[in-house]
Design a protein around this ligand. Sequence first.
Ligand SMILES: [Zn+2]
Length: 466
Amino acid sequence: MLRGALRASSRSEAPLLSVSVCGPLTASAVAAACGFWTRVCSRWSRGSAASGCRTSGRSHFSWRRMRTMTDDRGVPSRTEVGSAAAFGVATPAEAQQCGPPGKGRVESSADRAAGNMAAVATTQAQIEKVQPLRLKNGKYWNPWSSWTGLPTLVDFIKLWWNERGKWIYTDEIPEEYERHLPVKTPDLEVLCTAPKPGVLRSTWLGHSTVLVQFEQGFTVITDPVFSERCSPVQWFGVKRYRPAPCTAAQLPHIDAVLISHNHYDHLDLLSVRAIETKFSPAFYVPQGLKSWLVKNVPGLDSQRVHELGWWEETFQRKNDKEFKIVFTPAQHWGSRALLDNCRALWGSWVVAGPTKKFFFAGDSGYCPVFTSVGALYGPFDLSAIPIGAYEPHYFFRQQHVNPEEAVQMHVDLRSRRSLGIHWGTFKLTMEHYMEPRERMLSASGKAGLEKNAFFTLTHGEHLDVE
Ligand SMILES: [Zn+2]
């Protein structure tokens, strides 16, 4: 499982001590090496972290905030201070008014359209903006009881014992990949024009990479990964079983890059470098990643890199229109080397344009926070929600949702349409490669969602969502 400790080649990133942390299984394998120690340390420090950081994180929140305006290239142009309402952000009371159907709230036709019949009641307490814990060693930590820590060596021994004889490549026939998961060259002629008014266009480029185009011409890409392997080097590590549908340089102009966290299957340095070289976009990254990105991407202007903590927001303009970009929580973790786990934050992103709202979940286990995100920023016209890399679920449930939980996220978020991501590209866990899609469709039916409310695309395919 431990893919090996490697020295980075000249093509790969600094620093030198790198381990093939390509995905949850291998990443978790690395975590096992230090997970036991992490758990010991976290238990030792949890008392102060939970009573200090958690409490202060909640009580210090202010609805009065700074907002940084950026120009079309994502460079800050001015800073303003104002109330949340002035920036179009719902206050807790307002959010309660527009929250999911439940206590004290009448279901609207929009709720029905979003398939929110099963949404749970949203209370004021659920809408609070929970902050990550900070351990005494500076590491970030998920604040929910659904997170009990990184896998330990004992967990890995149990995994090996329980799953022996049914390892991950056993039941798949590579010749059938083309039939089940065709890869199309994206229709670049279409993608080079802005969507029609009232339309939000999404193109799935494999795994968690989605090109999202707003009618105003604003174009965002999520966790761009075009490399052959999600690994520190391109000669070793987890290799994609479906090719990238195009190169980064072939894409239409990109205004903004959203990075959810620093695992190799989400933050690919070669792809980021290629996008920077071709488009010089704005980069939006979690706390703790900016200096690393600036250091490792030649020519990247630090003014175009926006590092945000949970619930922080910024704005970018395009063609005189304003797009609000908010970093929202997720239950996950991060690591790029043997000893740096949880040094940088992880999360999800909201992009709210003048007419359409998009949510990118990144990587996450199921936790209650998505109800708050949906209440504060939803309903979303489109969400990109992970559906793969979950088996065995008893081992991965803290960091990756399974398809049934993904459907519940769709409901919690008040999403009108959701695109299944984080599947069909890299073999990271033990489920059959087509199972995520089948189980997501089945769970959508059982939850009473409208047909195609939750959907998947083939590699390179785009869909206009109205
Ligand atoms: Zn991850």
